[in-house]
Design a protein around this ligand. Structure first.
Ligand SMILES: Cc1cc2nc3c(=O)[nH]c(=O)nc-3n(C[C@H](O)[C@H](O)[C@H](O)COP(=O)(O)O)c2cc1C
Length: 154
């Protein structure tokens, strides 16, 4: 099965998960890079504001086309109980190209349900599986079992 992992990560937590998934399912991996700066304190505030507004931002050029894949894994951190703006922008820029998806997300504590609902709304398809992990779980490598379930779910 030809697989693509597309993710956004601001502080490398979701990135760690994305790389782990890609390694396990032998996927191509696309890091989504926004043209807006979300780094630092100012970037944090901007990110929160944009997430609430569901702002669609420009992205740096992408390497892969999601329509060339049998399954696309979409991942982002939770921002203000939504998916981080760059991932929503990625989905929007690739509208109509998703038919088989799985979602993954990381957060300090929660907001996963509304995040996955928003991703589903934009992608216009129900995910085959979702994986929600706290920052702490990812940092401490406490995700082996949940990861196996996530990958094996059809
Ligand atoms: C703008 C912004 C808003 C956030 N909002 C939430 C939130 O609503 N709930 C939560 O549990 N964590 C929230 N977080 C924390 C991140 O989801 C968490 O640190 C995540 O693991 C970071 O992943 P990353 O390193 O891939 O960017 C927020 C972080 C940022 C930057």
């Amino acid at each position: 099965m030809k697989s693509l992992v597309s993710y956004y990560s601001r502080t490398n937590i979701t990135k760690k998960l994305a790389e782990s998934i890609a390694g396990k399912v032998n996927a191509d991996i696309e890091e989504i890079i926004p043209k807006v700066n979300y780094q630092g304190k100012l970037g944090y505030a901007r990110g929160g504001k944009h997430a609430i507004q569901e702002k669609i931002v420009d992205l740096e050029d992408l390497k892969y086309d999601p329509k060339d894949y049998d399954i696309v894994y979409l991942g982002a951190p939770v921002w203000a109980s939504k998916a981080a703006t760059p991932l929503i922008s990625y989905i929007k820029h690739n509208e109509g190209k998703f038919s088989n998806v799985k979602f993954f997300s990381t957060a300090g504590s929660g907001g996963f349900e509304s995040t996955f609902e928003q991703m589903e709304k934009y992608a216009n398809v129900k995910p085959k599986a979702t994986l929600a992990l706290t920052t702490k779980e990812v940092k401490k490598d406490l995700f082996e079992d949940k990861m196996t379930d996530f990958i094996n779910k059809e």
